[in-house]
Design a protein around this ligand. Structure first.
Ligand code: GTQ
Length: 350
């Protein structure tokens, strides 16, 4: 069964005749595209320590004015895909973006979906579809496909956030492009607070949103409090995990990538279920060790606050809170919604 014919087994003139007609024999490449038992993954488990990248990001602030960059970002690129591909996994792009006091990153919109996870600094804001959304550590801010967005900074210290986009997938689909725009008029009010509490929706007379993305900002204070109250109700070994959802549909906040907040109790060890989707972990608070894969091929990382790492799909991931006194809090991005929609997942055993 594994003894399929090789390209070299064929007469070169025959292969040339095929190529001239844009034809290729399948059998020499069949095992490559359908490998036995486990898919080939280019995605390497990779760790980006914040302490090492931060000075280089601040240096970018000295070297390149915002007007020359539009978005001043260092991309967290996975070496398994080739750095120039600027992807963390098949569908996930990660970037650390720096905005200095007084700077403005002009309005644009594009087909890929983005979110921001705020890493450090106060006083910045993102205006999305006319809503001016303040940015604080741990806040999740959505800039879904097609919506105008721009970033500004009224504070006094540098602000850094992690961008997560489905850019690699949308680019692969030959559907990635952008449009530039004017500075947005800010809409009055605070619509981003309309869905401020889980389980409570504005009544129809109370300005219930008809937007596809009714909630654009998920404050970390709310997510952290929700994790702590969930933990209080669960057993000591249960996973304490929340998914960021669209409050009108209950489904994932975006169509392609999924976003979650996870708490590890003091000393907790959590083996995540093995699925087909690649994952990204960003440590918001505490200290966590991450084991990606098992045996000699496995890799272990120690995440400090603001560190980011990724793991390919079909790979066991175990998280351990390094502290026996304090909880740890992680932001997780994955390709779950995409795989679910496509019906892609591990095959059931024979
Ligand atoms: O802030 O709009 O990291 O358009 C990559 C593309 C950030 C942004 C990125 C973008 C942005």
């Amino acid at each position: 069964m594994n003894d399929l014919g090789r390209l070299e087994d064929l007469p070169p003139s025959y292969v040339e005749d095929l190529r001239a007609l844009n034809l290729v024999p399948l059998w020499p490449s069949l095992r490559g595209v359908l490998p036995p038992k486990v898919p080939t993954r280019r995605t390497c488990a990779t760790h980006w320590p914040y302490e090492s990248l931060r000075p280089l990001l601040l240096k970018a602030g000295e070297l390149t004015p915002i007007e020359k960059a539009e978005r001043r970002v260092l991309v967290l690129a996975n070496p398994g895909h080739g750095l120039e591909k600027m992807q963390a996994s098949p569908a996930i792009y990660l970037g650390m973006q720096l905005l200095l006091p007084g700077e403005w990153a002009p309005s644009h919109r594009h087909t890929p979906n983005a979110v921001r996870m705020v890493v450090e600094g106060d006083g910045a804001y993102t205006t999305v579809d006319g809503h001016r959304l303040p940015m604080s550590r741990g806040d999740l801010i959505l800039t879904p496909t097609g919506l105008w967005h721009e970033h500004g900074h009224d504070g006094t210290e540098p602000v850094v956030w992690l961008d997560v986009l489905d850019l690699p997938l949308v680019y692969y689909l030959e559907a990635s492009y952008h449009l530039n725009g004017q500075r947005q008029a800010v809409k009055p009010g605070a619509a981003e607070r309309r869905y401020a509490r889980g389980g409570l929706l504005p009544s129809p007379g109370g300005r219930r949103s008809t937007d596809a993305y009714p909630m654009l900002r998920y404050p970390w204070t709310e997510a952290r409090a929700a994790l702590l109250s969930l933990a209080a109700d669960l057993g000591d070994h249960d996973p304490v995990q929340l998914t960021y959802v669209n409050p009108e549909t209950g489904g994932p906040v975006q169509n392609i990538l999924g976003y979650h907040a996870l708490m590890l109790r003091p000393g907790q060890v959590l083996a995540l279920p093995v699925g087909s989707a690649a994952q990204v972990f960003h440590l918001i608070e505490g200290g966590v060790s991450v084991q990606v894969g098992e045996g000699p091929a496995g890799q272990a990382f120690t995440l400090a606050e603001a560190d980011t790492c990724c793991a390919p799909g079909y790979t066991a991931v175990t998280l351990r809170n390094a502290s026996i006194a304090e909880p740890a809090f992680l932001f997780v991005a994955d390709e779950g919604p995409l795989h679910e929609k496509l019906g892609v997942g591990p095959l059931p055993p024979a």
